[in-house]
Every structure is written in C-alpha cells, then in structure tokens.
Design a protein around this ligand. Structure first.
Ligand SMILES: [Cu+2]
Length: 688
C-alpha cells in the first residue's frame, strides 16, 4: 500500500495543480454569493443589504408619490424574547424567499412568514443571564446566511450556526470566553464559504480580533489581532518592553464589508483600552479607532487608516464601513467610508486606504500626563454634530474634540454614544449622499487609576453627562464627493447609538425614532413625507424586501437600553396594501441627562438592577431625613455601583449580585449618583 501511495502521489499532485489552474474554485453557495455581490432586490440576505453595507434597496414600488398611503401589513411580538429595559433591539431582519429571520437582544432567533408575520420556528439561546462582561446592554445586531445556515454571535462570545429550515443548531464555536471580557454583538458577514466576525470587550482589557470561520464546520480558519504582538506591524506604536497592547481593546463592533474584485475584507475598530487613561500607553496605539483592510482569504494585512491617534476619549469607529463607487474630478474611484464617534465621516480610497477627499493632520492641545498624540486627522468637510462643549454650572473647564483631561473633570463634545456609534450609515448611489445618524451629548471626562484585572472593567476613567444637560441628535445627508452637508435635521432624541436608516431607489430614506415613530424622508431634499407610531422604541435599521410582487419595509421595534427608549419585542412590516393603523405613543425617552421618575419619600432602601431592567435604580429618586442610612442592594445580574457624582463624596464600590452597601446621609443636600461602569444610570437622594 505504501509503495502504491508513493507511486500515485506525484500524479495526483500534478492533476490537482492542473485542475486548480483550469477550473474556478466552486463556490459553496453560488446563489447567496451572487446576491451578496448584486444590488439589493427582493431579498435582504445580509446585515448591510449586500457586501457593501450600503443599506440601499433597488425596490421602488413604494416611492415619494405614494408613501403617504403606507400602513402596517403585520406586527408580530417575539414572545417576550429580549423584552425589558436591559435589552436593545437593533437587528436588521434578513429575508430570503418569503421567510424573515430576526434575532433579539437575548440572542434568540425567530423565522417568520415575511408576508404575514406568522412565526415558523424559534430558537431560544438559553444564554447565561449572569454574563458580567456585557458592556452596553444585551443586544445582537443581526444575522448572516449562506449554505442553508444562519450565522450569529452571542454575548457569551460563541459563534452559532442554525439550520435555516428548522432552527436547529448545526455548530457552535466559542471565539473566546466571556469571563475574560469578550462578547459578540455585531452581525457576522458570510461570503464564499467564510464567516467573518468581530468581538467586543474594549471596556474589559481584551485584545481585539477579526475571526474567520469555515461556514460549513465552524472551524476557525484564521484570526487577525487588531493589536500587534511583539515585533509585529504596529508594535512600535506602543511603549517598548510592555504588554499594554495585549489588553488595549480595538475591538470590532460591527459587520465587515468585502470587495470580491480586490479580494479584501474591511472593518473598523473601537477605542483603546483603558479608555480614558493614556498615561501608560505612549504612542499612536495601532490599530485602535482605525479602518483596516485584510486579504479576505488569508487575513493578511493590506492597509489601515487610524481615525484617532492615541485615543483617550472612547472615540470608537463602531458603525459599519460602507463601500461605494463614485467619480471625483472626472475619475472613477473606489471608495470606503465610515462615520465615527468624532462626528466626522472618514472617506478613503478602498484600494489603498488613502484619503479620497482629503484628511489633514493638525496639531492638537497637549497634556504630557496623558501622553497625547501631537496631531490628529481632521477630515476636509463638515462634522455632523457639535465638536465643542459649553461650560455648565459646577464645572470649571469645557473643551472641544481632542482636548485632553486628567483627574479634574472636563466637559467635552462629542461624547457618550455620539456622534455616530453603532448605527449604520446608508449610501444612495442615486443621490450620492451618506445618511448619517448622530448623537449630541456633553460628558464630563475624568481619568482615574484603574489596575487591570482579568474579566473586570478596565476603563481608567469615566464620562458622565452632567445632570440637566441636554441630549438630542442629528440626521445628516453628507455629499459623498465633498464630505459636506447637503441637508441636516435636528432630531429630538439621540439616534447615533442604535438606529440607522435604509435608503431606496424609490427616493426614500426610512428611519426609526426612539419615541416609536417610523419615518419616511425624501432622500434628495430631506422633507419628511410620512410618519407612523409603532408603539415601541424604533431603534433599529429597517430593511426592504418583496414577496410575490408586494414591497415591504420592516423594522424591529424593541427600544434601546442606552437611550432609554420604550422597550418591546415587536417586528413591524409595512406595505401599500397594509391595513394596520398606528399604536398609542409610548412614554418618550429623556432629552436631558439625570434620574427620572417620581420622588419617593419615606424609603431607605434602593434596589439596583430590579425588574429585568438591570441598568436602573429603584426608586430612582428618594427624599429622606438627615441621619438616615440608605441600604443599596444589587438585585441585578451584573456588578453595579452607586457613586456620588461629586468626586470622592461617597461610593458603594462594586456590588456583585446580592451585594449590599449602606451609606448614611447626615448633611442636608441634593445628591446625584451614577453607576461607575454604566454612567447612563442615574439616581438622586434629597436629604432634608
Ligand atoms: Cu451598573
């Protein structure tokens, strides 16, 4: 047998080489690969619509002339999955051959009849409710499909494949352990037999990576670390002889894009860790807050562009990158764009990562304690949100984008989940506009010492919105050839953190509003043409599809834990034949920062994380007599604190589940407090 094998081996090898040269490699799922490379028509088969992430549909049955007649075709509740204040419902449903697939904030998946909304099958993740490394709400941003399977990541950092027909698990691959700080919230990308996924954990001292898995088996094919090991490309942007890069964040929050002609996969990376303390990580800190291109088959680095050097402001690039083709100065160009938390859109040539319109390195204010970068990239064009904060009572310093801070709080904008955070940015080849959702919020930034401990928060500081400071948003059409504003709406609520929009060949932009309204806007002029109250926070990117000649627009409405929009578990679909009218408006989200709800007197205990809300104090506001001892109990699933907003005043410290801490209030006054790891949680104690 051995001699037989030896004799045949060279022949087979030669034959193999010839076959490889003559026959193109057969795609594992030619139909999905074709749809992924085509303009989006009746099916919506990947999170961003197709490989470009443009969120652009060629369907035009619904257009600017008839959209006012749009009504609900169906509304289906996801049986209580992801229903509660700790969840966000941000997924774009996928649609193929009349079946819709949607994933909730609890990583549960439902298949629905896309014409009627009837549930066909359901998958319950059974995910551990005690995962303590969820950064920013229980959320899943969507699915991918190919080879008869649905792919998604879970909050426990596992990738899962389900049979599209039955919802049964085909394979499950842990990318990492959630106990080490990792999780997955982004929708993966499927193309040509490979599933690409990011991982989160930038607030927990993790090492970011893009992982490529074999779509059929779930086997890990390769991973590319977004933080360089010793001697690797970019390692000279970290202090020599240290291992800070091994826990420097640069996680991937969103779905990659892919150009099959160039053979490149593209994605953007998040903040550096620890978020607000740059003192120990002198250097530009590649590849934090960057756009990156890798060879799609092998994961080999091709180019990168860093949006923010030595990030100390949590300026992630968290929105999905968008591929687009355009003409600049008479030359056809292959573009890539990403809307950052800085409030700018970064527009590059996707063949080489060089600016397409222009980005200038400009000197910025310095603080040697933070080891600030000497210069920062300023894109030519307009920012979509304000980039300076106004001084507020109780603070001594206010500044602008890239102003440094140390232990004394400095008010800055953009901040929080703004300008553009996770919300995707659509692009219309008809108008040539990007549609950019933005958040406007002021934060008080401060650094503190935060030693690294495996699986615990590692942010090195804080940013909390001052009590009473306004929070709102912008929705902006940005001209793709100039990076200038074509038109802009001021929106009543923050929309850069969860929503996003979709644009159609019918000349319409569809987008949700956190107060439950679903809007259609003239893509060219920005004029609002239709609005419909869905009854729940409409904080997800809509999708457009067709079933037996009828065009539908669908959106998940389940609210957003970070913007406090009304929670739910519904998916709505709209069509011109729809019969359903609007629902009663839910309570609107807050437009100023601070605790909400009635002031309760005669209460001396506060429960943290109660009622499946997790990120809240109950009651949020209490009135007590001087000398009262208030008992704080964490009844939620993850660690929380109650920490006075006046620095150093009082602090429960981190309370694990069932942890108790008591604080006595002797002096009359008005005390506001937050949760240090979740600074959007507010409480108030009035001492008389
Ligand atoms: Cu908390």
């Amino acid at each position: 047998m051995r001699s037989h094998g030896r004799r045949w081996a060279p022949v087979l090898t030669t034959l193999g080489a010839i076959l490889l040269m003559v026959l193109p490699v057969r795609a594992a799922d030619p139909e999905i690969d074709r749809l992924l490379q085509s303009p989006v028509g009746k099916d919506w088969v990947t999170n961003g619509g197709n490989l470009t992430n443009q969120h652009y549909s060629t369907l035009k049955q619904i257009d600017t002339t008839n959209v006012s007649q749009l009504k609900g075709a169906w509304m289906t509740r996801m049986k209580g999955s992801g229903l509660g204040g700790k969840y966000s419902f941000e997924a774009s449903p996928l649609v193929k051959d009349g079946v819709m697939y949607v994933i909730t904030g609890n990583d549960d998946v439902f298949a629905l009849d896309a014409k009627t909304g009837q549930i066909l099958w359901e998958y319950w993740s059974g995910i551990d409710q005690k995962i303590s490394t969820v950064c920013c709400g229980w959320v899943n941003r969507g699915l991918a499909m190919g080879e008869g399977l649905l792919y998604f990541g879970q909050l426990d950092a596992a990738m899962v494949a389900l049979d599209m027909k039955t919802g049964k698990v085909k394979w499950k691959t842990p990318i990492e352990k959630w106990e080490n700080g990792y999780g997955i919230t982004s929708a993966p990308l499927y193309f040509d037999g490979i599933v690409y996924t990011g991982a989160t954990g930038g607030e927990f001292g993790v090492r970011g990576r893009l992982t490529a898995l074999d779509a059929r088996s779930g086997e890990v094919l390769w991973r590319w670390h977004t933080l360089p090991g010793p001697g690797e490309l970019g390692s000279d942007t970290w202090p020599p002889g240290t291992d800070h890069a091994m826990r420097g964040g640069a996680t991937i929050w969103n779905t990659p894009a892919l150009d099959p002609q160039l053979g490149l996969v593209y994605f953007a990376t998040g903040n550096c860790g620890p978020d607000y303390d740059g003192s120990m990580r002198e250097g530009d800190n590649l590849f934090c807050a960057s756009m990156v291109a890798l060879k799609a088959k092998t994961g080999e680095h091709v180019w990168h562009f860093q949006q923010v050097h030595h990030d100390i402001w949590d300026y992630d690039a968290a929105s999905p990158v968008v591929l687009f083709d355009t003409v600049i100065n008479g030359q056809p160009r292959k573009g890539i764009a990403e809307a950052g938390r800085t409030g700018w859109v970064y527009i590059l040539d996707r063949t080489n990562g060089k600016p397409l319109i222009g980005i200038e390195e400009r000197p910025v204010p310095q603080d040697p304690r933070q080891k600030t970068a000497k210069t920062q990239p300023y894109p030519i064009g307009d920012a979509t949100v304000p980039q300076c904060a106004e001084l507020l009572p109780g603070y001594s310093k206010a500044g602008c984008i890239f102003d440094p801070f140390w232990e004394e709080p400095v008010l800055l904008q953009p901040s929080g989940i703004g300008g553009t955070n996770w919300s995707p940015m659509p692009y219309s080849p008809d108008t040539g506009f990007f549609y950019v959702p933005g958040t406007v919020r002021t934060s008080a930034f401060a650094r503190y010492l935060n030693p690294y401990l495996l699986g615990l928060r590692y942010t090195g500081g804080t940013q909390a919105a001052p009590i009473g400071s306004p929070m709102w948003g912008t929705f902006t059409a940005i001209e793709g050839t100039t990076n200038k504003i074509a038109w802009q709406h001021k929106t009543p609520y923050r929309i850069g953190g969860g929503g996003g929009a979709t644009v159609t060949a019918g000349g319409l932009v569809f987008r949700g509003e956190p107060d439950g309204n679903f809007l259609a806007i003239d893509a060219k002029t920005g004029k609002e043409l239709w609005r419909f109250q869905t009854g729940f926070g409409a904080d997800a990117p809509p999708v457009v599809y067709e079933v037996v000649g009828e065009q539908f627009v669908a959106i998940a409405t389940g609210g957003n834990s970070l913007s406090g929009s009304p929670f739910g578990d519904a998916v709505w679909a709209f069509s011109l034949k729809g019969q359903l009218g609007p629902l009663w408006p839910p309570p609107p989200p807050a437009t100023v920062a601070g605790p909400t709800g009635p002031i309760v007197a005669g209460v001396d205990s506060v429960r943290i994380g109660a009622n499946n809300v997790e990120y809240s104090y109950a009651p949020g506001r209490i009135r007590i007599k001087a000398g009262t001892t208030v008992k704080f109990t964490n009844v939620g699933d993850i660690p929380h604190t109650a920490t006075a907003m006046q620095a150093g005043a009082w602090d429960t410290g981190a309370l694990a589940k069932d942890g108790v801490s008591s604080i006595t209030f002797d002096k009359p006054g008005n005390y506001y407090y937050i949760c240090t790891p979740h600074p959007w949680m507010y409480g108030q104690i009035i001492v008389e």
